[in-house]
Design a protein. Structure first.
Length: 506
């Protein structure tokens, strides 16, 4: 429906509707205040982690004696030093907001604040000991800080894993009221539902400039999400959705001053207000928030696929692949003997794939099927469980008994390390596509070929064979556009966990 450009700003609260009691707004007290209990638990485990680190450092350096740190005029027991250091360190974690309810459980930002506060305390202690001429043991400090940092990171990781498990059970989840059009609300609902670990669940949509929609709902995964209009005030919409978070997706529905009015309306209410720029699959390093003429503007950097071909990544691939080949040579020998002795045919299978720039190459794998299996695909294609051009079959009759074992633990993919050394592939990258898949590419899917294909990638750590074709393409494009060396290391670590758990492998 066409909207006039000079329409009036929608009423956030109608003058004839008395304000609803603020205490009734939002979700249940449990969902409103779980962050406070979670932060208190973090505070306690932080304290225990720091006490543990300083105690171990003291015992390792001095044994069970009562050593003293010497100064110009007096000396202090290292027990007191440890308690003071723990107190300062713990306070710094609070000061830098490492337990702020807006970032707990979110991962990178939480760890970043823990690291920053730790290094700041280390600097403060070094400067204070120099200015006050306190002779602190370097071995004591050299063990206290790394051990404390590791203990903090592990305890935060344990709490984060616990929180993710709880959220997958529909606990500690924030209910969201989306303010904007139904189309953008549908997209953000689908995105949040696909990531239950995020802790957000859309429970209502409010379109403040359109007539009442009391009978309209968004049906997503069996959930009926009410779509509300001008027959509801903001407070009324919050009550219907039982929401403790508001996400604005289309500011045009609020008018020029609508977001500011919305912020005033939510003042003093235990409800978080966020604005979504409707930018999907763009990672943090490419996003920069700038204030221009009192307007918050998001600056998006260009896609980073060019950096994925630079020398540092190539050198990393060569060094790690060579080291893995040497380390895993006994496993290569055992796998080769197992394949050769249990079925006729070559030990290695050469699969024709399309590499960077559309150049074909032969991808090496341990043979897991009977010879001539490729000719059977057409007769089995009607049984395919994959979507799009992908051929997937959970109980593939062509796979040998040894091959099934090799696939379960991804051992069949180890010969691809030779492809990495030859320069055909990378350790991390998009999934190597078959020529038939490339021929069926639509839209931006061909951008997967801008970087070298990988032994592992986002597709590997996000479900492997359980992913749909569209999801595989989306993840590969995400990797191409948002590449970073740190992300490669994260994917390698997650791959090891996925292989051990045998997730999606068949």
């Amino acid at each position: 429906m066409h909207r006039s450009a000079d329409r009036a700003t929608p009423t956030i609260r109608t003058p004839h509707s008395p304000p609803s009691p603020r205490l009734e707004v939002g979700a249940s007290p449990q969902s409103q205040h779980w962050q406070s209990g979670y932060s208190r638990a973090l505070a306690l485990t932080d304290l225990l982690a720091l006490l543990f680190a300083t105690a171990v450092a003291t015992a390792w350096r001095f044994g069970f004696e009562s050593p003293e740190a010497g100064g110009t005029d007096s000396s202090v027991s290292y027990v007191v030093v440890s308690l003071l250091l723990t107190g300062i360190w713990w306070t710094a974690l609070t000061w830098f907001g490492s337990r702020d309810r807006k970032i707990v459980g979110e991962g990178p930002e939480e760890y970043r604040r823990v690291f920053r506060s730790t290094f700041m305390v280390f600097g403060w202690v070094a400067i204070a000991s120099l200015l006050l001429r306190i002779d602190l043991s370097r071995a004591y400090l050299g063990l206290s800080f790394p051990l404390g940092l590791v203990a903090l990171a592990l305890s935060r990781k344990a709490w984060r894993n616990w929180l993710i498990r709880q959220r997958r059970l529909d606990r500690f989840v924030s209910n969201v009221l989306v303010v904007g059009g139904s189309r953008s609300a549908l997209r953000i609902t689908q995105t949040l539902d696909a990531s239950p670990a995020s802790g957000y669940r859309v429970t209502g949509v409010w379109v403040p400039d359109e007539p009442g929609r009391s009978d309209e709902h968004l049906n997503i995964h069996g959930r009926a999400i009410p779509v509300l209009g001008t027959d509801r005030t903001l407070i009324g919409a919050l009550q219907v959705a039982e929401a403790d978070t508001v996400i604005v997706t289309d500011t045009e529905h609020l008018g020029h001053d609508g977001v500011r009015s919305l912020a005033w309306e939510l003042e003093g209410v235990d409800v978080d207000l966020m604005v979504s720029p409707n930018v999907i699959d763009v990672s943090g390093p490419r996003i920069h928030l700038r204030g221009v003429a009192n307007m918050p503007l998001i600056h998006l950097e260009e896609p980073r696929y060019a950096s994925a071909s630079r020398l540092s990544k190539t050198a990393f691939d060569l060094v790690i692949a060579s080291a893995l080949l040497v380390t895993l040579s006994p496993l290569f020998l055992v796998a080769s003997i197992a394949v050769g002795c249990t079925s006729k045919g070559p030990v290695l299978y050469r699969s024709q794939r399309v590499g960077v720039g559309g150049i074909p190459f032969s991808m090496l794998k341990f043979r897991t099927m009977e010879v001539g299996s490729d000719s059977m695909i057409d007769s089995l294609r009607h049984l395919s469980e994959g979507s799009g051009p992908l051929f997937k079959l959970h109980e593939d009759p062509r796979v040998t008994r040894v091959g099934r074992l090799l696939r379960r633990y991804s051992i069949d993919e180890l010969p691809q390390l030779l492809n990495v050394i030859r320069g055909d592939m990378s350790l991390v990258g998009p999934r190597p596509p078959l020529p038939d898949e490339v021929a069926a590419y639509e839209g931006h899917a061909e951008k997967r070929l801008l970087v070298r294909q990988g032994i592992t990638g986002l597709w590997q750590v996000s479900g492997r064979s359980n992913l749909s074709w569209d999801e595989t393409v989306r993840l590969d494009l995400d990797y191409v556009e948002n590449w970073s060396m740190v992300r490669d290391l994260q994917i390698i670590w997650r791959t090891l966990r996925a292989v051990v758990a045998k997730e999606g492998a068949y």
